[in-house]
Design a binder for this molecule. Structure first.
Ligand code: PRP
Ligand code: URA
Length: 209
């Protein structure tokens, strides 16, 4: 069974409360989602392996540590996952970015895939899938299934707000994928929205409602 990491750093929790507030407009919402994503990426990458590297300082030689092993890929789920990309890239500028387009059918709540473009060497990368909202878990599970069909073997999922229903579904569908979230909320409402959540993340990021 995969693990669920609740990122309870005070800075992350402070920013989360502001983006939950319906009075927060798209500009602040976007900025805060980006800042939270950068801070959360710090935790998500905590277990990255290191290797030694010798360097010459102006004073003498020393052996330091650098990231070893597989390179990173980040894959936002469109649209809302786009809001998290800039923050992660600030921390890991060498990461390659793929995109998977999935929207949730408003009646069935089932995921509908409409776009995919991944780095050519995606199967050799450790991939972090980004989406601010894990509600029923359908969109995340579909995106991860697609990545696995493309032979990606190392996948983490990073979101901002998760519902217990989505966590349970994702863990059942993909028990090998660890989940990182800033909040585990109460439940889903009758329309599949997270309670209390933050509303529709895509609309709030892009001002479409
Ligand atoms: C939202 C969100 C997730 C999905 C979560 O996307 O960004 O992708 O819903 O719901 P689920 O866990 O029940 O699948 P939405 O379908 O609203 O598309 P958008 O990002 O284009 O607005
Ligand atoms: N998608 C969102 O953007 N918000 C929710 O609460 C659920 C799904």
């Amino acid at each position: 069974m995969s693990s669920v990491h609740l990122i309870d750093h005070p800075l992350v929790q402070h920013k989360l409360t502001i983006i939950r507030d319906q009075a927060t407009g798209p500009k602040d919402f976007r900025d805060l989602v980006e800042e939270m994503s950068m801070l959360m990426a710090y935790e998500v990458t905590r277990d990255m392996p290191l290797e030694d590297l010798e360097v010459e300082t102006p004073i003498g030689r020393t052996t330091g540590k650098v990231i070893a092993g597989r390179q990173l890929g980040i894959v936002p789920i469109l649209r809302a996952g786009l809001g998290m990309v800039g923050g992660v890239l600030k921390l890991i500028p060498a990461a390659k970015v793929g995109h998977i387009g999935v929207y949730r059918d408003p009646d069935t709540l089932k995921p509908v895939e409409y776009y995919c473009k991944l780095p050519v060497d995606v199967e050799e990368r450790q991939v972090i899938v980004l989406d601010p909202m894990l509600a029923t878990g359908g969109s995340a599970a579909a995106a991860i299934k697609y990545l696995k069909e493309r032979n990606v073997t190392s996948i983490k999922f990073m979101c901002i707000v998760a519902a217990p229903e989505g966590i349970e579904f994702l863990q059942r569908e993909h028990p090998d994928v660890n989940i990182y979230t800033a909040a585990i909320d109460q439940r889903l409402n009758d329309h599949g929205y997270i309670v209390p959540g933050l509303g529709d993340a895509g609309d709030r990021l892009f001002g479409t409602k």
